[in-house]
Design a protein. Structure first.
Length: 246
């Protein structure tokens, strides 16, 4: 109850969207909106918790030494307790930010494109059309494997083999990688990958997203008249219409 009230106030102050993103280009019947797994929220809390525990232990050791050593001072003790209190305040704030980040993460798939939106303070939204998708790969660390979640990485033209991943893992800052999008923390990464590959195949088979190699091959197969295959087909249609008028 407290979290919902804080979240509502926080998003209102930031004027952040509270609804899922608008679907990208594609058939309305093909739109599918989904979220990261609840285990992704646990993953973020665990990662953050390791750093928190380390800091609290260091602060406890400092305060203990100030109490036990002869050269300890009240100033040092008060300083240690002050840092401890600030840490607790930041801990509560960080928890709310992690929860809000999880709630504001959306993934959208259509039969022609993908869309990823994340963040509340800094909102990052990226759209990828199947015409530009080059590669799909799955990344899973040890802790993610234990929690049963993975990251599905979508690489577009110019992205494969490009920039290095962030030191915080693939997709930690997907907005910094113009040729890459990441479906972070999903349980069924292989199923989503296969679904996108199937849609990608349908898209390219329809002729809307042929790779450059196929387009070149079609140009080479065009008649020697200098007209493209599409132009020749249109000329034939005009010829047939003229015959009907005669």
């Amino acid at each position: 109850m407290i979290y919902k009230s804080v979240k509502t106030l926080f998003l209102k102050l930031l004027k952040a969207p509270t609804q899922p993103p608008e679907p990208p280009i594609g058939s309305p019947d093909s739109v599918e909106v989904f979220r990261a797994s609840r285990n992704f929220l646990k993953y973020q809390i665990i990662i953050w918790g390791f750093g928190l525990v380390t800091g609290l232990i260091a602060e406890a050791v400092f305060v203990f030494k100030q109490h036990s050593e002869d050269d300890g001072s009240w100033e040092g003790i008060l300083f240690g307790y002050g840092i401890f209190a600030i840490t607790i305040i930041f801990t509560i704030a960080k928890y709310f930010l992690i929860r809000i980040d999880y709630d504001m993460r959306y993934y959208v798939i259509t039969d022609r494109s993908l869309r990823i939106r994340e963040g509340a303070m800094m909102i990052h939204e990226a759209t990828f059309t199947y015409a530009n998708v080059q590669n799909l790969k799955i990344h899973q660390g040890p802790l993610e494997r234990l929690l049963g979640i993975s990251n599905l990485i979508v690489e577009t033209a110019g992205g494969a083999g490009g920039k290095r991943e962030s030191s915080k893992g693939p997709g930690a800052f997907p907005h910094m990688h113009g040729h890459q999008g990441v479906f972070r923390g999903i349980e069924n990464a292989q199923e989503v990958r296969d679904q996108i590959l199937s849609l990608l195949k349908q898209f390219r088979d329809s002729g809307l997203g042929d790779p450059e190699e196929i387009r070149r091959a079609r140009m080479q197969q065009a008649p020697k008249t200098g007209f493209s295959t599409v132009a020749m087909a249109r000329l034939r249609e005009i010829r047939d219409e003229i015959k009907l008028l005669q």
